[in-house]
Write a protein that binds this ligand. Structure first.
Ligand code: PLP
Ligand code: ZN
Length: 419
């Protein structure tokens, strides 16, 4: 394994671990699969599906050989992340007017979001280097996940949170796991710059979205989906985009599977952004070669409220290699799609529902044919954002398409029976 910079093509050995290249580019893990016996691995991955207790029961470590083969077993942390459900839902099919849609529920992860798939690998890597202090700047699920794995592995996490636009549920989850949460006046970018500048003084392992080990761990989402379908993927994989680490990992995982000969055809990737925070979609739509940051990102989907996504070049690479496309959706479209997913008994946070909202538009316009099949990655849990739920169902229910307000009734049988 090596660290590789896609911008200047420089390589670093793993023992010389860095968060970024000297040229300013992002680093990516490069693996050599030339000596890998794919049939043997495929069999091993099948056998591990029935594991219950070892770290290999994890939906991430099941694929250790193509995620982080060098890691010694004693450094593997796990909370049995991954192994999330893949569902079909009648109400969602009806909403879209098509039949073959699957929902991959990363919301079932231990801290309630897909961030666990990547974080478990980053924290394990940090522990293997001897770190006992971990840090990140985040407005949400990254911090909950980091706090959980740090405490689980008897380490201390330090989470830097901009004091505006924070989701109270997520901060409370982070505080509860025992992180030291530092709120500061400034933006997410200010926080990242601070961590990079004082990296040496702080002596902490940094787990921001550009950490290349997080990307490696997040590849497991597509590995699980591919294994479920016996290495024969549906036509489309649909994913929401904020910082764009998930779509980058998705593309890398697909390329790995292709290089290893596990799959012989790449599915197409659909990336969905929220309209008020869609600099990547704008760049693609306008055929521009450089991303123009959105200085005032604004969407109700807090996990997508990012104006300057650091991984945009990697995301572009995913689109190029999969004939991928992008689309943006409004907050209203997100919330209505979310209500349909929730009322299917599945549930997700607003950011995740953008996938169904995006698909709906593309099926309606004919850009995706009704016969084409798709898996949507539902990234976060329904309870991550209760303020949004309160607003949609209780406070503003008149304007919500699928509101399910409370009934006020006397306990009289005739009133109840007619509900
Ligand atoms: C982080 C997150 C996203 C966005 O993923 P990126 O990798 O930042 O593009 C979407 N949904 C949820 C629930 C998230 O936590
Ligand atoms: Zn470089």
């Amino acid at each position: 394994m090596k660290l590789h910079c896609n911008d200047c093509d420089k390589r670093y050995s793993l023992s010389d671990f860095k968060y970024g290249c000297s040229c300013g580019g992002l680093l990516e893990i490069e693996q050599d699969f030339s000596n890998v016996d794919s049939d043997y691995l495929k069999q091993k991955f099948e056998e591990r599906l029935s594991e219950r207790v070892t770290p290999y029961a994890s939906g991430v470590w099941r694929y250790k050989e193509i995620i982080f083969p060098e890691l010694e077993d004693r450094h593997m942390i796990t909370k049995y992340e991954g192994n999330t459900g893949l569902y079909q839902a009648e109400k969602v099919n009806q909403y879209l007017g098509v039949q073959k849609i699957w929902l991959k529920c990363q919301s079932e992860n231990p801290s309630g979001s897909f961030k666990d798939n990547g974080m478990v690998v980053a924290v394990s890597h940090g522990k293997s280097l001897g770190f006992n202090k971990f840090t990140c700047t985040s407005t949400g699920n990254t911090s909950s996940s980091l706090a959980m794995y740090s405490s689980l592995s008897n380490s201390q996490s330090y989470v830097f949170v901009p004091d505006k636009n924070i989701s109270l549920n997520k901060v409370l989850q982070t505080v509860s796991y025992g992180a030291k949460v530092i709120t500061f006046e400034g933006t997410y970018d200010d926080g990242i710059q601070f961590l990079e500048k004082y990296n040496n003084e702080l002596g902490m392992y940094i787990c921001n979205s550009i950490n290349p080990f997080r990307i490696e761990g997040q590849k497991s989402i597509i590995f699980e989906i591919a294994q479920y379908f016996h290495w024969n993927l549906p036509d489309w994989i649909v994913v929401p985009g904020g910082a764009l680490s998930n779509v980058s990992a998705l593309g890398k995982g697909l390329r790995d599977l292709y290089d290893l000969g596990f799959i012989h055809k790449l599915p197409r990737v659909l990336l969905v952004q929220a309209e008020g925070a869609s600099p990547f979609h704008q760049m693609i739509r306008n055929n521009e070669s450089i991303l123009k940051p959105e200085p005032h990102p604004r969407t109700i989907a807090s996990a997508l409220n990012i104006g300057n996504p650091p991984s945009w070049k990697k995301a572009k690479h995913t689109l190029n290699t999969t004939q991928g496309i992008t689309i943006s959706v409004t907050d209203e479209e997100i919330l209505n799609a979310k209500a349909v997913i929730d009322q299917s008994g599945i549930g997700c946070e607003p950011a995740s529902a953008s996938t169904i909202a995006g698909l709906k538009k593309l099926y309606a316009s004919g850009e995706i044919h009704p016969e084409e099949t798709a898996v949507c990655i539902l990234t976060g849990n329904l309870l991550k954002d209760t303020e949004v739920l309160q607003h949609y169902h209780l406070d503003d229910s008149k304007n919500s398409l699928f509101a399910n307000p409370l009934f006020k009734s006397e306990l009289i049988i005739d009133s109840i029976i007619n509900l």
